[in-house]
Design a protein around this ligand. Structure first.
Ligand SMILES: [Zn+2]
Length: 67
C-alpha cells in the first residue's frame, strides 16, 4: 500500500485545496509528492495546489513542509 505524506502537526494524511471561488477538494499526497484526489471523479482544474489545508488541525502550507 502506498504511503502518504503527513501533516507536520497532527500527522493525518488528508488535506484540502481551494480554488478562487472558495470551493475545496479533499486530497492526499503520495510519498513522491503527487497530489491525489480522495474522490477521483472530481477535478483539480483551477485549484491552488501550492497551499494545503490540514483537515485535522490549523496547519497550512506547501507540500515541501509535509512529513
Ligand atoms: Zn494537521
Amino acid at each position: 500500500m502506498a504511503k502518504n505524506k503527513l501533516c507536520p502537526q497532527c500527522h493525518i494524511r488528508r488535506f484540502s485545496v481551494k480554488n478562487e471561488a472558495g470551493e475545496i477538494r479533499v486530497v492526499t499526497v503520495s510519498e513522491n509528492g503527487e497530489i491525489e484526489l480522495v474522490h477521483p471523479e472530481e477535478s483539480l482544474e483551477g485549484f491552488d495546489l501550492d497551499t494545503l489545508y490540514c483537515l485535522g488541525c490549523s496547519w497550512r502550507g506547501s507540500i515541501r513542509s509535509l512529513e
